[in-house]
Design a protein around this ligand. Structure first.
Ligand SMILES: Nc1ncnc2c1ncn2[C@@H]1O[C@H](COP(=O)(O)OP(=O)(O)OP(=O)(O)O)[C@@H](O)[C@H]1O
Ligand SMILES: [Mg+2]
Length: 382
């Protein structure tokens, strides 16, 4: 997927600007607070249906303006024409989303049309943060490539919330029938083992991708490992990502949920299941969260994000656009060079990387000849 241009109107500090982009590497450079991240935010909006910084839509509207508008024109591999997505976000009233001029009823309808992977400094929490950060990463990444995963995660969340109410009811001394208890245990277990099967396969693919990136970046000096940790893990979990597979067996997880009724009532919450999952990250055998350096942690988080893009390509047949916000500043030249090479290798016109940086010379050595540089200054793009 290649973005050919983005037009902004009153999008944060960008009053009116059209940014032309090319396949391969694009560098948006400029001083702090000029609008580089705002540009990426506008592109990523069309992939996620919201701001990657967690901003509300009306916060995207330029100060003093009535609406924000962005128009993204991109080409899918093998297609003749660009697809055009448009978002008009008014301060008051309903937002408007259009695909090739035709109105879309909601962000949900837009999702899946344009695909992008974004890496920004805040993603360091993938390594330094708690398990919920890593679960959210898996959920977002997997939901983008598997409709079944998305459906199962939603169902799981709903059942978990209902079961929580059930547990609290029991804790208050109100009657809860055996049947009710079992129905929720079975529902959570059935959806939970599917979620676990997807996550386990996904983490294995991420582990392989990280191993490749670290081998290249550090000449084999640093060996990463990503291991899926789950109550629902089992040696016989199937691998559902690339082909149909038999349903995983939920009985072990269901039994655990049924057998520990009293402990769960005492705790007031569901104690077992994939809502407690984590991914254990290590470098050279040591916990990356506690022992890795900043650059190593950044490399680990980045390799997970780049792995995400590779898996999306393997499943969907096409690379998502890769957006790297301010990522290279903390990486040494060897790491930068390897990452840029691996991202562009043999995929000229097929892959697109958009990088923001305060300096134009983020690109090491002679590679800069083929790079599309854009200077961002005070909300304008030169
Ligand atoms: N709704 C808005 N209307 C107008 N300006 C805004 C709005 N929201 C944010 N800004 C301004 O946009 C400016 C540019 O922000 P942006 O995050 O894109 O900078 P940047 O170029 O990425 O800088 P850095 O190198 O520091 O990351 C900021 O000064 C911010 O105050
Ligand atoms: Mg920025």
């Amino acid at each position: 997927m290649i973005v050919s241009s983005v037009t902004y109107e009153n999008w944060r500090n960008i009053v009116s600007s059209r940014v032309a982009l090319t396949g391969g590497i694009n560098v948006l450079w400029g001083h702090n607070a000029q609008g580089k991240s705002n540009i990426l935010e506008g592109i990523y909006y069309f992939a996620r249906g919201r701001s990657f910084r967690g901003a509300k839509e009306r916060e995207l509207v330029g100060f003093g303006a009535e609406y924000a508008r962005a128009v993204l024109s991109f080409r899918r591999n093998g297609y003749e024409n660009d697809t055009v997505l448009e978002a008009a976000l008014p301060l008051a009233g309903k937002k408007k989303l259009l695909r090739n001029g035709a109105p879309l009823s909601s962000s949900a309808e837009m999702l899946g049309t344009f695909r992008a992977t974004l890496f920004c400094p805040a993603n360091l929490t993938l390594v330094t943060g708690g398990p919920a950060e890593r679960r959210a990463f898996l959920d977002i990444a997997l939901s983008q490539i598997s409709g079944e995963y998305l459906a199962r995660v939603r169902r799981y969340a709903k059942l978990l919330a209902e079961r929580g109410a059930l547990i609290r009811r029991a804790a208050d001394g109100l009657p809860v029938s055996r049947e009710e208890w079992d129905v929720y245990a079975e529902g959570l277990a059935e959806n939970g083992v599917w979620i676990a099967a997807y996550r386990k396969q996904y983490v294995k693919l991420l582990d392989e991708a990280a191993a490749r990136y670290f081998a290249g970046m550090t000449d084999g000096a640093e060996v990463p490992s990503l291991v899926y940790r789950s109550h629902a893990d089992a040696p016989e979990l199937p691998s559902p990502l690339f082909a149909a597979c038999p349903a995983p067996d939920p009985s072990a997880l269901a039994e655990k949920l049924c057998a520990n009724r009293d402990r769960e009532i005492a705790a007031g919450t569901t104690l077992w299941g994939v809502h407690k999952d984590d991914v254990f990250l290590s470098l050279n055998g040591m916990d990356a969260r506690s022992f890795a350096s900043q650059g190593q942690q950044r490399s680990m988080a980045l390799s997970m994000k780049l792995g995400e893009a590779e898996i999306a390509k393997a499943v969907g047949g096409e690379y998502p656009v890769i957006l790297l916000d301010d990522v290279f500043s903390e990486l040494d030249e060897n790491r930068r060079r390897y990452i840029l090479d691996s991202l562009t290798e043999g995929a000229e016109g097929e892959r697109q990387i958009i990088i923001t940086s305060c300096e134009p010379d983020v690109i090491p050595g002679n590679r800069s000849a083929r790079v599309n540089f854009r200077h961002v200054k005070n909300g304008e793009v030169e």
